[in-house]
Design a protein around this ligand. Sequence first.
Ligand code: FMN
Length: 218
Amino acid sequence: MPEAMDSNALYNITYGLYVVGCYSDDKPAGCIVNTCFQVTSENPTLAICLNKKNYTLDCIKKNPKFCISIISEDTDPMIISSFGFRSSRDADKYADFGYVDLDGAPAVKGNFCGRLVLDVTDFIDCGTHVIVISKLKDTQDGSGAPMTYEYYHKVIKGSAPKNAPTYRSEQESTTVTKKDVRRFKCDICGYEVESETNLPDDFVCPICGFDRSHFKEI
Ligand SMILES: Cc1cc2nc3c(=O)[nH]c(=O)nc-3n(C[C@H](O)[C@H](O)[C@H](O)COP(=O)(O)O)c2cc1C
């Protein structure tokens, strides 16, 4: 982002949140994305955008099929921290939740607004990220209100890691917050909390459950 450009308008673009499920050989893998949108209505085409460093992209390139689980306000936030802040290269993200196979793609168990099963048709290189174009093969209805990106930031107080296309650096995000309050950030899931005093020793991250030692003042 050029220094002179004010990035605030970018953060008024709205998004939802989704779990992408795919297979790494016979093991389930996947990650959180906020970048999912419907491209065409007839014979529906959808797109997601994946960072080239994310293992999910490697898996989808090898096995071009995936499931989108549409996150609702009732979805367990631990699913977001498990799928959004760790890599399937070194963690079994499904261990605590389980999954079902939907037409050849893994769908993490939990409360979701719905599921979409997609076959990949194209990859568009965008430098750091790749847009994955896919055709809708099947759907499954769910329940609850879709979680918006704004709800995730304002109510759950979550953040996005560096690999998310909408990642906002600390310098950018602190320009909109009060200066007289101390802010602490969880180095596991990125959850941020404000406090006028130091955080107590028994403070536990409400998103990922890790203890006070993982909070650094920012
Ligand atoms: C709120 C949120 C939104 C995210 N959006 C995206 C996204 O749109 N695209 C992407 O590639 N990564 C996104 N991420 C980051 C990935 O989920 C994260 O890098 C994950 O650890 C990748 O795991 P993997 O290496 O197993 O694929 C997002 C994470 C969060 C928490």
